[in-house]
Design a protein around this ligand. Sequence first.
Ligand SMILES: Cc1cc2nc3c(=O)[nH]c(=O)nc-3n(C[C@H](O)[C@H](O)[C@H](O)COP(=O)(O)O)c2cc1C
Ligand code: SF4
Length: 433
Amino acid sequence: MNFTLEKIVTSRFEDPACQKIDAYEKTSGYQAIRSILDKNISSEDVIEIVKTSGLRGRGGAGFPCGLKWSFVPKVDGPKYLAVNADEGEPGTFKDRELMLRDPHQLIEGILITCYAVGIEKAYIYIRGEYSAPMLVVEKALREAYERDYVGKNVFGSNFDCDIYVHSGAGAYICGEETGLLESLEGKRGHPRLKPPFPAVEGLYGRPTVINNVETLSNLPHIINKGADWFSQIGINEKNSGTRMYCVSGHVKKPGLYELPLGLTCEEIIEEHCGGIIDGKKLKAVIPGGASAPVLTSKEVYEDKIKMDFDSLAAAGSMGGSGGVVVMDESTCMVEVAARLSRFFEHESCGQCSVCREGTGWVSEIISRIESGKGVKEDISTLKSIDPNMRGNTICVLSDACAMMFGAILNKFQNEFEEHISKKCCPLNSPYSV
Ligand SMILES: Cc1cc2nc3c(=O)[nH]c(=O)nc-3n(C[C@H](O)[C@H](O)[C@H](O)COP(=O)(O)O)c2cc1C
Ligand code: SF4
């Protein structure tokens, strides 16, 4: 396998002109969709190429992309693509940059997907706060429409594909795929019970593919360079390609890093992000957005956990959205749990009592402990709430909250106990919630 630092989706990031269609085309832009149409490559073959590449979803769950497409039934009538550009996961800022710096790469990825699945209408659902990326994507779409790369008879072929931009309104739950579909239909973003899965019954009750911006941005490169090229990058064929790690927190060089899948968390922190600031020690890392259970310093430096999908899952966490939050020894982990549980409480859509009540109780109890007013029984109460919040709800927001506080409580129970016995934050955290 190949761990060279080859840029894929960020390969045009250094050149601001690449927002525009001319610069995009000069750097092999729109070559992939052109070659599919010119060579009359069948939709089945495109799906097969994507399957062989091993590309997995970069939005959260890491589901194999080509396999997801193959679930869409070959029926007459409309089918849709919903592009997930909601990017609400705390600590995640990659889709924003992909849309700002290389919008045509996304548009080409959308065209490839629509061709492969037999879709004629795609919606890009963009996080409401992302007004600048939205303008850039809209401008790029106008350019592509003007050249007949999008719309009727794409590149003079008999393939039609319209792409629309839709703005979200600031709800995290609208990033959950079925919440997103409800929102697109003009309703409240309430996730739907599955099955039926969106591939069979999605937008307006029709078969729908939902993919993340980063997932789709990989497609032109896979078509141009081949499935084998892509599958050789990274740690193994099931964890192939690169990931955009959004690194924030106590590192010397926070930022966006496109790196091959399977580097260790230690390599990302020490070699790419310059190590921990002010000579302090690492305490914990959130490896994939707020929903991904924290890793301890021991897991990072001694167990040398790798940052690909399967290694993180085997370690009881997940790759999630690629949001990597690094916390040094001065961080109060009770405060982290309090802050994140408030987030989940605020963002719960309220349909399921387990989630609506559970996130509220957890937030209240942890905030109480954090403010020095906790009692001993609070720890056992939290431990009893945790399993009840898993696997019992319409979507996995409830599970995400339980995984988050369950891991912090298990790995840093001593900090909860100290807050209770000392009746204050022993670290005297200045960021108290
Ligand atoms: C509460 C919640 C929020 C989510 N938010 C996002 C998001 O902002 N962006 C995203 O791409 N996926 C998000 N997801 C994952 C999507 O449901 C879905 O798995 C993803 O868009 C599929 O695309 P992919 O296969 O290309 O990763 C979220 C999931 C949950 C449960
Ligand atoms: S788990 Fe929470 S966010 Fe998901 S549908 Fe139920 S109440 Fe809404």
